[in-house]
Design a binder for this molecule. Structure first.
Ligand code: KG4
Ligand code: ZN
Length: 342
C-alpha cells in the first residue's frame, strides 16, 4: 500500500458545469471550482449542447488553474489527473478529456478516467468519513435515475432504473409547463413549500415487471393534461399546489422503491446522490423513512449533489488505488454504462 499523500486533480465537463478540483487522499477537498453555464442555457429552456461545448473550451484552463491555485498544489505534486469520460454530452465530455490528456501527456502524470455516476455516488464519501460500501444509493439527476447497490469501491449492481424520463428531467419539464425557468428542480422545490401536496392526485407509476424500475413520463403527462384541462375550463391554476402535488408523487415513488430495495437486499445504509438529491422534500422524506426503519441515511451537501469535480476526484482515488490507469487514447463515451470499464 502506498503511504504517500495521494493528490488528484479532477476535471468534470459532461454537461453544463465546467469544474475542476483537487482532492487529497480521496475524501479531503482542497479546492472545488465550478463555473456554471446555467444562465447561458436558461433562455433556451434547457442545455444546448453546442453552446455548452464552446463555453467549456473557453473556461476549462481558467477553472483548472484556479483549482490548483486555491489548493496550493503544484502540478508536480499530483499523483493523477482524473476526468469524467462518460456518460454525458459528447462535445462537452471531449473538452475535459482533451484537457486532462494534454496535462497528463505534458507532465507524465497518470490519467484516470471516471464514470460520471460513480462520481455522484462517491460525493457521499466527502462529508461522511465513516461511510464505506456496502450500501444502497439512489442516484437522481437531470439525466439519470438509478437505484444502485454499491457492493464495494468500483463494484456496482444496478437494482432499478428509469424506463423513460429521469427524475430531474420530469422536474425541468413540469417547471417549464407552469412557467418556472430552467433548471426547474430548485424552482419547484421552493414553490412547493407554499402549496398543498394533497391538492391534486397525480399517478404513482409502477413498472409491471420490475418493482425497482421507475417511470416518470406518465406523471409528467398527467400534470400537462391537468394544466390543459384547467385552461380549457377556465379554472384558475394554483401553481404552488401543482408543484407540491407533483413533487409529492415523485418523492413517494423514489422513497417507496428505495426503502423496498433496502429491505429486500438487506442493506443497513442508504445514500442519495445527484442534483435532485438536494431537494428538501426528498431529504425530509428519506430522513423520516430511514429513522423509522433504523437505516443510516447519507446525503451530500447541495454543492456536492449537482455536478462538480470534487466527486470525480473522490471516485478517481478508489480507481487509482485499484491500479486503474488510462492511456492517452482515452475517449469520451457518451453512453458509458455504470460499472463498464473501457
Ligand atoms: O446532477 P446534476 O447537476 O446534472 C446531471 O448529471 O444531470 O442534476 C441536475 C438536475 C436538474 O434536472 C435540476 O432540475 C435538478 O437536478 N435539481 C433539483 C434540485 N436541484 C437541482 N431537483 C429537485 N430539487 C432540487 N432542489
Ligand atoms: Zn450529474
Amino acid at each position: 500500500m502506498d503511504n504517500r499523500e495521494i493528490l488528484i486533480l479532477a476535471i468534470e465537463s459532461s454537461c453544463d458545469e465546467t469544474a475542476a478540483a483537487v482532492v487529497r487522499n480521496g475524501r479531503e477537498v482542497l479546492s472545488n471550482i465550478i463555473y456554471s453555464q446555467i444562465d447561458l442555457h436558461t433562455v433556451y429552456g434547457g442545455v444546448v449542447p453546442e453552446i455548452a461545448s464552446r463555453k467549456h473550451i473557453e473556461k476549462i484552463n481558467q477553472v483548472i488553474g484556479q483549482a490548483l491555485k486555491e489548493a496550493g498544489t503544484a502540478l508536480g505534486e499530483l499523483s493523477a489527473i482524473a476526468v469524467t469520460y462518460g456518460p454525458g454530452l459528447v462535445g462537452a465530455l471531449l473538452v475535459g478529456v482533451s484537457a486532462a490528456k494534454a496535462i497528463s501527456f505534458a507532465s507524465g502524470i497518470p490519467l484516470v478516467g471516471v464514470h460520471h455516476i460513480e462520481g455522484h455516488i462517491s460525493a457521499n464519501y466527502i462529508e461522511n468519513q465513516d461511510l464505506e460500501p456496502p450500501f444502497l444509493c439512489l442516484v437522481v439527476s437531470g439525466g439519470h435515475t438509478h437505484l444502485v447497490g454499491v457492493k464495494d469501491y468500483g463494484d456496482y449492481r444496478i437494482i432499478g432504473r428509469t424506463r423513460d424520463d429521469a427524475a430531474g428531467e420530469a422536474y425541468d419539464k413540469v417547471a417549464r409547463a407552469i412557467g418556472l425557468g430552467y433548471p426547474g428542480g430548485p424552482a419547484i422545490d421552493r414553490l412547493a413549500r407554499e402549496g398543498d401536496p394533497e391538492a391534486i392526485s397525480f399517478p404513482r407509476a409502477r413498472v409491471a415487471e420490475s418493482a425497482y424500475d421507475f417511470s416518470f413520463s406518465g406523471l409528467k403527462s398527467a400534470v400537462l393534461n391537468y394544466l390543459n384541462s384547467c385552461r380549457m375550463k377556465g379554472i384558475e391554476i394554483n401553481a404552488a399546489d401543482v408543484a407540491a402535488s407533483f413533487q409529492k408523487a415523485v418523492v413517494d415513488v423514489l422513497v417507496g422503491h428505495s426503502m423496498e430495495a433496502v429491505r429486500q437486499y438487506g442493506y443497513d445504509r442508504l445514500a442519495i446522490a445527484g442534483g435532485v438529491a438536494s431537494n428538501s422534500s426528498l431529504r425530509d422524506a428519506f430522513r423520516e423513512a430511514c429513522k423509522e426503519k433504523k437505516i443510516a441515511f447519507y446525503h451530500p451537501s447541495p454543492i456536492f449533489c449537482t455536478d462538480n469535480a470534487a466527486m470525480i476526484g473522490t471516485a478517481a482515488y478508489y480507481e487509482y488505488q485499484r491500479g486503474v490507469r488510462h492511456g492517452w487514447d482515452l475517449n469520451a463515451v457518451p453512453g458509458l454504462r455504470l460499472g463498464e470499464r473501457v
